[in-house]
Design a protein around this ligand. Structure first.
Ligand code: C5P
Length: 299
């Protein structure tokens, strides 16, 4: 039996996040265009006496190490379905910001699932893995598949999208996190009494992705959660302004935030935007990376 398995899982940015009205189950229908980016968590599983989680990385102190962690829930659920005691040590080498709107927790859920499947030789089908991911959370299926995809329903029903080139990104990590449910609640509060249109994917945006055209993508990006994130975290407007002033083609909040994402024309421009953001004093740290990135991969 394999004694240890490591899986690498990417972060995501939402290049379009169209949000409908609140559903009776409390979720929102979405048209969610996910793009996986080259910031990764690595999830390592090793047989142990009982299930336990450890985490290393700059944000490790904020990661829950109990059974609320999606990585633990993934191992428990796969074990339950296959009659296996989920006695594993799950170690998360965390590079994706915590509570940042980049699906870091979802990445760890997808990573632990793929890692346990390989460790235990459960050989679960892709459909079974995707089903477990969807139960764990709306963004978890995308963490498994990576690349680019349109997510509808609550974001968990995926259609793979074509990407015709490399996009260059800069991400600015904020001084504190934002809770996704709190941002959706603020969205509901701000839209109270208004008719919220059905969320629809933008054809211009899908065409821009397929062509690999950064200028066209920049003109088409949108995030319906951005006003809510800015309402809860007004200082993010300064970060967005600093990136725009430094030549970013587009500046937006990533998902429910508070990480801000800047699309650059090329690697050189991304470097200049990153430098300017660091100098601006409006964020905690800055990273440059590219997209698309592959989904959960056994190393
Ligand atoms: O699915 P997940 O557990 O990641 O969602 C976290 C929270 O985000 C939900 O409890 C809900 O408040 C909000 N959410 C939503 N509509 C979605 C996805 C998430 O309202 N489509």
């Amino acid at each position: 039996m394999t004694q240890t398995v490591t899986v690498r899982v990417p972060a995501k940015v939402n290049v379009q996040l169209a949000v409908g009205g609140a559903r009776p189950d409390g979720f929102h229908d979405l048209a969610n265009v996910f793009l996986a980016v080259g910031l990764y968590d690595e999830v390592t599983v090793t047989p142990a006496d009982e299930l336990r989680i450890t985490c290393a990385g700059p944000d490790a102190a904020e990661v829950p190490l109990d059974r609320t962690n999606l990585a633990a829930r993934a191992a428990i659920e796969l074990g339950r379905r296959h009659g296996i005691d989920p006695a594993v040590h799950i170690h998360i080498a965390k590079d994706i910001p915590v509570a940042g709107g980049m699906a870091g927790g979802s990445a760890d859920g997808a990573g632990a699932l793929v890692a346990c499947d390989a460790l235990w030789g459960t050989d679960a089908s892709r459909d079974e893995l995707l089903g477990i991911c969807a139960d764990l959370g709306s963004d978890v299926p995308f963490s498994l598949v990576g690349g680019a995809a349109l997510g509808v329903g609550r974001g968990e029903q995926l259609r793979a999208l074509e990407v015709g080139g490399t996009f260059h990104w800069v991400f600015a990590m904020a001084a504190r996190g934002l809770s996704t449910p709190a941002v959706f609640r603020e969205f509901d509060r701000m839209n109270e009494g208004l008719r919220v249109p059905e969320p629809v994917a933008s054809q211009e945006l899908l065409d821009a992705l397929a062509k690999g055209d950064a200028g066209a993508l920049a003109r088409a990006v949108s995030n319906d959660l951005q006003p809510a994130a800015l309402s809860l975290f007004p200082e993010l407007a300064d970060t967005l302004a600093a990136g725009r002033a430094a030549g970013a083609l587009a500046a937006l909040v990533s998902g429910s935030g508070p990480t801000t994402a800047f699309l650059a024309a090329d690697a050189e421009s991304a470097g200049a935007v990153a430098e300017a953001l660091r100098a601006s004093g409006t964020c905690r740290s800055v990273r440059t990376t590219e997209s698309p990135a592959p989904g959960a991969t056994v190393l």
